[in-house]
Write a protein that binds this ligand. Structure first.
Ligand code: GLU
Length: 303
């Protein structure tokens, strides 16, 4: 299969230092594989509520300012809902997706009843209340039947991240039955990303480390849908002066790409995070070309 990488930003705000690191890394990863490999951009606007109008186009302009140009026309998730619908139907037909009528409060109460206060990254581990039916409640979401699927392949899921090394997660215990779609419309990131990566032939996922925790859920969904699993590489996060991950509160301000010099400086900062050497080049194109062999030496081996 043709080697394919992608950058898949959510248009919830302009590109910031962290998203440019992921964009640059995925671009370099593809370019380091040679001219036959493809770099794609997918605008992840499936969760329409969080997206800002015009932001996808703005991000594409910022990437173009940095000379990070896709090999094919970018795709937008809002134009691909038929693919997500088909995948959900497949899971439903296999008994691996079920409707859930629980509100956050219902989930809290059920967890408290079980003596659990456990939260994972601010998300509750779903206690499975609606696995055997809605109990007269209206459906609020479709969930993946994690426990049921995992009963065929018990134990922790293991995989190798090209930068983080050996990884494992017990999705049933640590995450639970996760949401695939909300009943009021929006598709969940987990389902959309798995369907799109497979349909676009993505072989190598390179993205920020803040997303690493989603990988096990995505591998489970790939297996449940009979789709291939790409290789994964999660890039280092941009840290603030205080060592914390950058966020809007502590300075994840949009990058400036308005002039060629500003774009070059933004790329250079991203390259530093990836452990690449300081530029001597005076244009984005020359700087990018200089980093390709460095990236190849540092990262381009598959697990
Ligand atoms: N759309 C996701 C984000 O911007 C990234 C998805 C991915 O790379 O898997 O956080």
């Amino acid at each position: 299969m043709r080697e394919t990488g992608r950058f898949a930003p959510s248009p919830t705000g302009p590109l910031h230092a962290g998203s440019l690191v992921a964009a640059l890394a995925s671009w370099l990863d593809v370019r380091a594989r040679g001219p036959q490999a493809r770099w794609l951009i997918r605008i992840e606007d499936a969760d329409t509520e969080r997206c800002l109008p015009g932001m996808g186009k703005h991000m594409l302009r910022q990437l173009a300012d940095c000379h990070l140009l896709p090999d094919e026309t970018p795709v937008w998730q809002t134009q691909r809902t038929a693919h997500y619908e088909a995948a959900l139907q497949k899971l439903q037909a296999r008994g691996l997706a079920y409707p859930c009528g629980c509100s956050r409060k219902d989930i809290d109460l059920a967890l408290a009843g079980l003596g659990h206060t456990h939260e994972r990254h601010g998300e509750r581990v779903y206690p499975g209340t609606c696995r055997d039916g809605l109990h007269g409640k209206p459906a609020r979401a479709w969930r993946f039947a994690t426990e049921k699927f995992e009963s065929n392949q018990p134990g922790e899921l293991h995989w190798t991240d090209r930068r983080l090394g050996e990884q494992h997660q017990d999705v049933g215990r640590e995450v639970g039955d996760f949401v695939l779609r909300r009943a009021d419309g929006p598709w969940a990131y987990q389902l959309a990303v798995v369907v799109d990566d497979a349909e676009q032939g993505v072989t190598d996922v390179v993205r920020g480390e803040d997303l690493a925790d989603n990988t096990a859920r995505q591998i489970l969904l790939q297996r449940a849908l009979g789709l291939p699993t790409p290789s994964y590489l999660h890039t280092p996060l941009v840290r603030g002066a205080d060592g914390d991950k950058l966020s809007k509160q502590n300075g994840a301000t949009p990058i400036d790409t308005a002039t060629p010099d500003a774009a070059l400086a933004a790329l250079d900062a991203a390259a530093r995070v990836l452990g690449l050497s300081a530029i001597t080049a005076t244009s984005c194109t020359a700087a990018l070309a200089g980093w390709v062999p460095e990236w190849r030496a540092l990262y381009n081996s598959r697990p």
